[in-house]
Design a protein around this ligand. Structure first.
Ligand code: GCU
Length: 337
């Protein structure tokens, strides 16, 4: 595991600097009567301070009321902006279906990735890079996806302290670029009990060597800030990679892993993501999370679950919808309730 994790740090996502920092949590709003009394809402400022600089990650958390036990929670890495995650629930979005999750006994947490690092190529002058980076950046220095994943771990630092949350049952969820980030967060931080990768595609669940949909060269050209400088060496040169993405999925074992895609999202490569998941299964088996995932992917809108891994292809376009969340919760009902 350390060797494979090191390969991904070195060649894809980058290494987090070992700069010392302070972290503190302030609850800026608490409503124990949210969603008509069904839930408790907390809004927490997570402050990171280092060398006179600071940054705040705004975490929103809903937990179900009236339960004897602490709740399992889904933490969404939101790459679409606060419009999808209204804490007042005036605006409801299937991207983060809080009411439905609360009704099923799950807490829902979310942070906006741009709080940690803006999603633009700014030479790493802003966000957490401006707080923690020191001196010139080596070719393996962390990129923006690694920064967002690090942010998910700082949210986890808070969640394990919350008396309404069961810190041993937190799932990290992400869509698309957020899905790549969820996989990397779960690889780096074994406190996440489930990782959900929704339509993560290139540099996510999809195998790089298939060169299907988005390729390494395309993603590095459009989004150079997501990865470290070393990853650019593999543009049009996937065979030189000392890894492929099934090894990233294997880093989640023996914890639980959900991969899903949408039928019209060819950029996300549903078939390549399934092969990748299938090829990660031997590691789940070695680590005692027995799975006999079939070699052939399931039909449209049907979920396959085996041991600690699960997969589906939803009909339609690139998005994360209630249909997807219901499948995630069905899986969580089995692996972490
Ligand atoms: C772009 C990018 C993908 C990414 C997607 C998203 O299409 O090329 O790699 O997954 O944005 O985040 O929606």
């Amino acid at each position: 595991r350390p060797e494979i994790l090191g390969l991904f740090r070195e060649n894809v996502f980058g290494v987090v600097p070992d700069t010392k920092y302070e972290i503190s949590f302030s609850t800026i709003n608490e409503d124990r009567n949210a969603i008509n009394g069904a839930a408790t809402l907390k809004q927490i400022d997570i402050k990171i301070e280092s060398g006179g600089k600071s940054l705040i990650i705004h975490l929103t958390l809903f937990t179900p009321n009236g339960k004897k036990k602490k709740s399992p929670v889904f933490l969404l890495i939101d790459n679409r902006g606060p419009a999808n995650t209204d804490p007042l629930r005036k605006v409801k979005s299937e991207f983060w279906p809080v009411e439905e999750a609360i009704a099923r006994g799950y807490g829902m947490a979310v942070f906006y990735n741009a709080d940690v690092d803006p999603d633009k190529h700014d030479e790493f002058k802003n966000g957490i890079h401006a707080v923690l980076d020191k001196g010139p950046r080596p070719d393996n220095a962390w990129g923006t996806i690694a920064a967002w994943a690090w942010g998910a771990s700082r949210c986890m630092d808070y969640l394990v302290t919350d008396k309404d949350v069961d810190g041993s049952r937190v799932a990290v969820v992400g869509h698309s670029r957020g899905g790549k980030t969820a996989l990397w967060a779960g690889a780096e931080d074994t406190r996440f009990a489930i990782v959900v990768s929704n339509e993560s595609g290139c540099a996510g669940a999809a195998l790089a060597r298939r060169r299907y949909g988005e390729t390494v060269a395309r993603i590095n050209t459009s989004f150079p800030h997501w990865f470290n400088a070393n990853f650019k060496k593999f543009n049009n040169n996937e065979d030189a990679l000392p890894l492929d993405m099934h090894m990233l999925l294997a880093l989640i074992a023996p914890r639980a892993l959900y991969v899903d895609c949408a039928s019209e999202d060819l950029w996300g490569d549903p078939a390549g993501s399934y092969i990748s998941l299938y090829k990660s299964v031997p590691v789940f088996n070695i680590l005692g999370a027995k799975s006999d995932l079939p070699e052939v992917m399931p039909p449209l809108n049907k979920q396959v679950m085996s041991g600690k891994v699960a997969y589906h292809v939803r009909d339609g376009v690139h998005n994360m919808l209630l249909k997807d969340w219901n499948f995630f919760m069905d899986f969580a009902d089995v692996v972490m309730k």
